[in-house]
Design a protein. Structure first.
Length: 165
């Protein structure tokens, strides 16, 4: 086990370091809290620093949730369920999560899932249709898409005559 001999950091220095970090991109308060402790800030001083960061606009839960939803949907191809789960794990309030998820357009959401499943289906050539269907459903649910939507789009792909067998 490695023992850390890190010098304690003052609340002002921790604030400045965290503010600089938050100026570059959005962070959840829980992520910044972890960093404050890692930097050597006393645990009892962290809430005051977090409150100051929030008061001065460096931390904003709603802004973080919107940025997170946008990034994970557009760049990672995650569904609403997985995004919501990850936001809850970061301690974001449910009302912020719900509001941020409304930013995803329903048509774009379905088109994204269709595109992901079409790409995945191309790797399943030669498989039994039932095996292919199960693989597509596992893939879509692993990405965090709702089961009803996964079943509907998978059925559409299977019925469209994809050559699995």
């Amino acid at each position: 086990m490695r023992i850390s001999h890190r010098q304690p950091i003052t609340p002002e220095a921790a604030f400045n370091k965290a503010a600089a970090l938050c100026s570059r991109c959005e962070y959840a308060a829980s992520d910044i809290h972890t960093r404050l402790l890692k930097w050597g800030l006393a645990p009892q001083q962290a809430p005051a620093v977090l409150q100051r960061l929030t008061d001065e606009g460096f931390l904003n839960e709603q802004r973080f949730a919107r940025a997170f939803v946008n990034d994970k949907f557009k760049f990672n191809g995650w569904g609403r369920m997985k995004i919501a789960y990850q936001l809850r794990a970061k301690g974001i309030a449910q009302d912020c999560i719900d509001e941020a998820l409304t930013l995803i357009d329903d048509d774009t959401y379905e088109q994204t899932l269709l595109q992901l499943l079409t790409t995945k289906a191309s790797t399943l050539r030669g498989k039994d249709p039932q095996q292919a269907r199960a693989a597509l459903l596992r893939f879509a649910s692993g990405r965090g898409f709702e089961p009803a939507l996964c079943y509907r789009i998978t059925a559409t792909l299977i019925n469209a005559g994809n050559d699995f067998d």
